[in-house]
Design a protein around this ligand. Structure first.
Ligand SMILES: NC(=O)c1ccc[n+]([C@@H]2O[C@H](COP(=O)([O-])OP(=O)(O)OC[C@H]3O[C@@H](n4cnc5c(N)ncnc54)[C@H](O)[C@@H]3O)[C@@H](O)[C@H]2O)c1
Ligand SMILES: N[C@H](C(=O)O)[C@H](O)COP(=O)(O)O
Length: 359
């Protein structure tokens, strides 16, 4: 039986999303997975980007792909895609599902007129995953500011803040967890794309509790760790210094963690974040839970930017992503590494092979 497709969104068309898909396809690693790869991109623009990369020597040879052009407006017609897959030929590197841009694309230059096309990629990917037409979503980088400047919003009307929040709301989940993983460590976050000033108010009993539950469940189900060992960062310097440097640890974080400890979960109380990320501790843990984005991610990325995968835990489908942004400075030059995309694709593929239901 043929394996289900993986869908890759190329994200911001002025960024490196299309470059890294093309460069990864050239290595043959996409075809080696033995499953159809569906790439969401503007069909003309990806051809143009491939020609640019061929011209500057970044692609050694031309690549062959099929194009499907489903109806996307006023609503997405998934049946067009079902019919289109019949044309897929065995020697194609991938299938491009055409999501047209509204304006011409200049590599490195954001045009907010193309922001809606980026959002359409996410909507389409979500619908393909929810209807089980694909085994997993792998996302390329988007420019959050472009969607925000274009006035595009999440389902609940709030500002577009990232893929994580988008897929959470589209799926009707009340909470998901952003985790980034590389060979050195796995770091999950209690809060995601929030201004620093809003973080303390978001460190609530429910948020910490749900984060721990989701991390525990997905370490077991998606990573096969039977009894995970989890270390948790405090919010404040030195985990609050006994309440003298902030009291969220005493009021909120530790009471939640103590309840998990009492249930037999192998989890720490809040630890000082500055020394948690040391070899001695990391050697004996399966994941770290950090309270906010720039508490955990700089440490993780300093250990493996380019080899890290961003994944969303708690969704009803598999979603992995690159660890980097749009790198506008590199778009069209062939200087971007496709390594994180490769890791994200591999992780999605491996999780899909486990074929364990995630909801
Ligand atoms: N998955 C995502 O959609 C995602 C992830 C992170 C950032 N972003 C967004 O990307 C935009 C730009 O963010 P930023 O400038 O902070 O980060 P960035 O990752 O785009 O760039 C940071 C630095 O890393 C380099 N870099 C990035 N990817 C690279 C690659 N594949 N190979 C080689 N070098 C690479 C860039 O050239 C730059 O010097 C922002 O809008 C941000 O929100 C999106
Ligand atoms: N926080 C992510 C990172 O630093 O890599 C990035 O902004 C992407 O997040 P989403 O997957 O939610 O777009």
């Amino acid at each position: 039986m043929q394996k289900q497709p993986l869908v890759i969104t190329t994200g911001e068309p002025a960024g490196i999303g299309m470059d890294i898909v093309l460069m990864l396809a050239q290595t043959g690693e996409l075809r080696a997975l033995g499953r159809p790869i569906w790439v969401l991109a503007d069909a003309q623009m990806i051809k143009q980007r491939a020609d640019e990369l061929l011209a500057n020597g970044s692609l050694a040879h031309g690549l062959k792909w099929q194009v499907m052009t489903p109806t996307l407006r006023p609503t997405i017609n998934l049946e067009d895609i079902d019919a289109g897959t019949l044309n897929h030929e065995a020697d194609d590197e991938f299938v491009v599902i055409n999501v047209p841009c509204a304006a011409p694309v200049v590599p490195g230059q954001i045009d907010v007129n193309n922001a809606a096309m980026v959002l359409t990629q996410l909507e389409l990917a979500h619908q393909l995953a929810m209807t089980k037409r694909v085994a997993a979503i792998v996302t390329g980088p988007l420019q959050k500011s472009a969607l925000i400047d274009a006035g595009l919003r999440l389902l609940d009307g709030s500002m577009f803040s990232g893929h994580t929040e988008f897929f959470m709301q589209q799926s009707g989940c009340d909470k998901v967890v952003m985790m980034l993983a590389n060979p050195a460590m796995k770091v999950a976050l209690v809060t995601t794309h929030l201004p620093l000033k809003d973080v303390p108010a978001a460190i609530t009993t429910e948020n910490v509790e749900r984060t721990v539950e989701i991390v525990l469940q997905d370490l077991q189900q998606k990573f096969g760790v039977a009894n995970p060992r989890i270390l948790v960062c405090g919010l404040n310097p030195h985990a609050g210094e006994g309440g003298h440097l902030g009291d969220e640890e005493i009021r909120v974080i530790n009471p939640v963690l103590q309840r998990f400890i009492d249930m037999g979960v192998d989890i720490s109380l809040a630890m000082p974040a500055d020394t948690l990320f040391t070899k001695r501790h990391l050697a004996h843990c399966d994941a770290v839970i950090a309270m906010y984005h720039d508490q955990g991610l700089p440490v993780l990325k300093s250990h493996g930017f380019g080899d890290t995968v961003n994944l969303t835990l708690g969704l009803p489908y598999i979603r992995t992503s690159v660890d980097h942004g749009t790198a506008l400075d590199l778009a069209g030059h062939g200087a971007a590494s496709a390594s994180s995309l490769y890791q994200a694709v591999l992780m999605a593929h491996d999780m899909a092979m486990q074929a364990r239901p995630v909801a």
